[in-house]
Design a binder for this molecule. Structure first.
Ligand SMILES: [Zn+2]
Length: 285
């Protein structure tokens, strides 16, 4: 499932490929991808003649800004965009095609068919579902230590599920939550309210640096990220904890453990990330 860095990489690539292109017509082959408006014919008619201006992102959602409309797109598990020349063979699982006036087309493929598209007038999308309840953007200037502390403070929820909840901080999924908690040396089951100021500061910094590194890794590999068919997919960057069960922790060498927390595979170092931190004995001098 793409998380913030993958969606950000798709956003950058997509913007390079489609900004300035004008839609001549749209074909929808799987109506349930289109969540708003209800009628796919209306969706297609609304987009005809519109020019794509920029592609933005809110959490894990893409916001494709056109003149007079905003198309909100969520890739969910397997959604992919690709730009093709008109007439090129159409691959399996192609559900939506945006035909441009320059004889190219943007195709949306989705093997799992979980992706969604919502169409709004400008200014309406951020105050309505699915974007209205999203929390702070961790790569935005507004994500200060103070705003993070206020989001987490006093909550009895375990820190990992809290970070996965998009109503608090957006864009983090299973991979980057495990990575940020490992980097900050915090056990994923610690109640949020039990974190000390030092731990919260470390976690805030770890979230930002983990995401930035991943965005940079994606950003620097944009060319390889678009495959021969012009498809944009996910990239894997070097991970320290996630997916590394039984491998040595890069900090201490202890074997990474995998458990299940709130139904999600969870990776951590049992030595660096302890559930009940020992009190540091004060030296009496
Ligand atoms: Zn360790």
């Amino acid at each position: 499932m793409p998380e913030l860095p993958e969606v950000e990489t798709v956003r950058r690539t997509l913007e390079q490929l489609v900004a300035g292109k004008t839609i001549r017509s749209v074909a929808v082959h799987l109506p349930r991808i289109i969540q708003r408006p209800d009628d796919k014919a209306v969706f297609c008619a609304m987009l005809e003649g519109r020019t794509i201006q920029t592609v933005e992102r809110r959490g894990k959602f893409l916001r494709i800004l056109l003149d007079g409309l905003v198309l909100v797109s969520h890739l969910r598990m397997e959604g992919r965009y690709g730009v093709y020349k008109a007439g090129e063979a159409v691959g399996k699982h192609t559900h939506v095609v945006f035909h441009f006036t320059d004889e190219t087309e943007l195709r949306y493929k989705d093997v799992r068919q979980f992706g969604t598209m919502h169409l709004f007038k400008p200014g309406e999308d951020l105050s309505q579902p699915p974007l209205n309840k999203l929390g702070i953007e961790p790569l935005d200037e507004s994500f200060s230590y103070a705003s993070f502390r206020d989001t987490v403070a006093g909550k009895g929820t375990k820190i990992k599920p809290l970070l996965l909840n998009q109503e608090y901080v957006v864009g983090l999924g299973n991979i980057y939550v495990d990575e940020a908690l490992h980097k900050a040396r915090i056990h994923p089951e610690r109640p949020a309210e039990s974190l000390t100021k030092t731990e919260l500061q470390a976690l805030h910094a770890a979230i930002v640096s983990t995401l930035l590194e991943a965005v940079e890794a994606g950003g620097s590999s944009i060319k390889s990220y678009v495959n021969g068919q012009g498809e944009m997919g996910m990239f894997q960057q070097q991970l320290a904890a996630y997916g590394r069960k039984d491998e040595p922790c890069p900090h201490c060498g202890e074997a990474i453990v995998k458990t299940v927390l709130a139904g999600r595979g969870t990776h951590f170092c049992p030595s660096c990330q302890v559930l009940k931190p020992k009190r540091i004995a004060r030296k009496h001098t």
